[in-house]
Design a protein around this ligand. Sequence first.
Ligand SMILES: [Zn+2]
Length: 343
Amino acid sequence: MIKLLPTSTAGSLPKPSWLAEPETLWSPWKMEGEALMEARQDALRVSLLEQHNAGIDIVSDGEQTRQHFVTTFIEHLAGVDFERRETVTIRNRYRASVPTVIGAVARETPVFVDDARFLRTQTDAPIKWALPGPMTMIDTLHDTHYRSREKLAWEFAAILNAEAKELVRAGVDIIQFDEPAFNVFFDEVNDWGIAALERATEGLECRTAVHICYGYGIKANTDWKKTLGDEWRQYERIFPALQASSIDLVSLECQNSHVPMELIELLRGKKVMVGAIDVASNRVETPEEVAATLRKALNYVDADDLYPCTNCGMAPLSRTVARGKLAALAAGAAIVRRDLTGL
Ligand SMILES: [Zn+2]
């Protein structure tokens, strides 16, 4: 279905300034009601056009209709009280005020299905749709009901599975679960995290992906990265179990990262979305720099399994920088594709 080295993004792209405050996470909408619905659809159209113009092969909604990659999904669920907030430490890294689980969690209506259906009407390109992963969801909540991270994760996995099945029916080709928490809670990942993720993908008639990164380019994350030393070997703790899992694609941070590229070897047989664009810097990579990262990855992943991608979402960047980075990604992949095929 797809050409060699198909490009895509991890998910989010900057929102237009008429929709929300630019270069800000959790940015409030600038309108409401009908006007907001219409504006979000327009932003989705623009985001898609920019991906097409840059030459991105597998497109996304750019997460234009959500305020945050985890919270927006949780807002649609019963059992979570957004008025009752507690301050917790997210991913052992930063303190944040989060809502409380006060009863059985349930998805009463579809969350993104209308958006996916709309995107499908706008493009013939393969669509990848991102959802939060179960472990990352529980890590951004205070729970007074289940009182067990594992139990709550299994509940979320079933809810995500129901949403994902409807997204596939709406025309989505790849469902991606964002699990930055996999880079932090290694024991839980191996005990039940990957099993919960597989539960979320059960019976899906599409490709499935998991995105595991070191976070958006915000200060809390860049400060944390400074504490990780010269070599980041976190992936090593979870790759063997991921390799044995039923997940098809693994999305990783590789550009300007201290992750030793040879760790990818542990995933041999999986498709690997190699992050070749740094989202924590405003400097736009040259196509040659992107190509160099991809060539390095090719030592450890078969060409048929290499999916050039961004390290993480680009929501906090300016639109100009993000546009430049999309074009660099496509141009860098084209260089390596020419090397491999002569085309
Ligand atoms: Zn990420």
